[in-house]
Design a protein around this ligand. Structure first.
Ligand code: URA
Length: 239
């Protein structure tokens, strides 16, 4: 969609509309390498390269802030680009035009709830190590944890030489070879759930994150995403 150059500049935060017009009249705005002084000029923010004052960096169009919940399948990396060319979670966001980034990460072989946004401020706050937002997982474990194991979770488990914050472990199903458990942790250390379960000698066979704080996957299908509601966004901002 084409918009007036001065509107584009003010929405991108370069200057107020009037100041942007002034910059144009002063010959300080270039579109695709050419100075544009005509105030009515329209540009296509997706295609045209706008540079102000001979800055070398182009002016990035303003982006709507978007907040997305994805049900990540196993077999996707939570990075924007993978050195081994494996599929990334962004490949699942067909139809999302904004450039969003994952909030924290899920391992390649973990499925479940992943938030993505272009709100850098919120990402920064939610992923800050000081921030202890509860994350809930369902895991299939080898064997069935004992009461002592559950107690150990509650006291914190030593992984990589450092004790975790208190965590919850609840047994949902017991089988011959495996059990299904629900685990709630407060931090987001690297491969934390896998390492905690390894530490109590009940390694993870399958891992899925079902909740972050009070946000849950519910019936969101694997591989699908949805936009968060205004209420959910406000909840995350208040945390
Ligand atoms: N803990 C893990 O071990 N893996 C994840 O992906 C998330 C939490």
């Amino acid at each position: 969609m084409e918009i007036r150059l001065q509107k584009f500049l003010s929405e991108a935060g370069v200057a107020s509309r009037r100041k942007a017009e002034l910059l144009m009249l002063q010959g300080k705005v270039e579109v695709n390498g050419k100075v544009v002084t005509q105030l009515g000029t329209k540009i296509d923010p997706k295609k045209d390269v706008v540079v102000v004052y001979g800055n070398r960096k182009k002016v990035e169009p303003k982006q709507n802030l978007v907040y997305i919940m994805l049900h990540k399948p196993e077999g996707y990396v939570t990075t924007v680009k993978d050195q081994f060319q494996r599929p990334t979670v962004l490949d699942l966001l067909k139809g999302v035009e904004e450039r969003v980034y994952p909030v924290g990460r899920l391992d390649y072989d973990t499925s479940g709830l992943l938030l993505l946004t272009n709100d850098g401020e919120l990402t920064y706050r939610l992923t800050h190590p000081k921030h202890h937002i509860e994350k809930t997982y369902e895991a299939k474990l080898f064997g069935t944890p004992s009461d002592m194991d559950i107690l150990q979770f509650r006291r914190g488990v030593l992984i990589d030489g450092k004790r975790t914050q208190p965590a919850k472990l609840e047994i949902l199903e017991k089988g011959q070879k495996y059990s299904v458990v629900r685990i709630v942790i407060q931090e987001g250390r690297n491969r934390q759930v896998r390492k905690m379960c390894q530490a109590i000698k009940h390694p993870v066979a399958q891992l899925k994150r079902i909740g972050t704080g009070t946000l849950y996957l519910k019936n969101l299908e694997k591989g699908k995403y949805r936009y968060l509601t205004e209420k959910e966004i406000q909840y995350l901002k208040k945390l």
